[in-house]
Design a protein around this ligand. Structure first.
Ligand code: DQA
Length: 151
């Protein structure tokens, strides 16, 4: 059995469904967890979905992913725009990493236009609501499976 795909969510995403639903939608993070698990299973993976409002906890999970995960999908939320610590943690990974966002930060306030993560991840999915998570999980799973088929 392959190692799981880690799906990490950052601050305030625990309140999805009630938090600015006109921007982030009405689905809860629990709804998204179920959908991610289903999508990962289609490609033969388990999705391990975790959320934290604490930067250090996200860093610890990224470090854990070095040995315990096949790939990482991360919506770092506001830390996307502030966190050198998450950038540094992601730089240590040798597995596929996908930055994901429900909204498209490029179309929003200027302070959301810069991502510390984008330069060091494999790819970015943004602007598709909860589908961003599913597309990100699928992209990660396909990358891992393609690499395994080549090996
Ligand atoms: C977000 C976009 C970020 O700018 C914001 O701080 C979030 C959510 C998104 O998923 O669209 O909390 O990452």
């Amino acid at each position: 059995m392959s190692k799981p795909i880690y799906v990490l969510s950052g601050p305030n995403l625990n309140l999805l469904g009630v938090r600015e639903p006109e921007i982030y939608g009405y689905e809860t993070l629990e709804d998204i967890r179920v959908l991610c698990e289903e999508r990962a299973a289609v490609f033969g993976f388990e999705a391990v979905c975790r959320q934290s409002n604490h930067e250090g906890e996200l860093v610890a999970w990224i470090q854990e992913a070095r040995t315990e995960a096949s790939a990482v999908v991360i919506n770092a939320a506001a830390y996307t725009h502030t966190s050198v610590a998450i950038l540094d943690a992601l730089k240590m990974l040798k597995i596929p990493t996908v930055e994901c966002h429900l909204s498209n930060p490029a179309t929003r306030e200027a302070f959301r236009h810069h991502s510390y993560l984008s330069p060091v991840v494999t790819g970015v999915v943004a602007g598709f609501g909860s589908n961003s998570y599913l597309l990100a999980v699928e992209a990660a799973a396909r990358l891992v499976n393609a690499a395994a088929a080549k090996a």
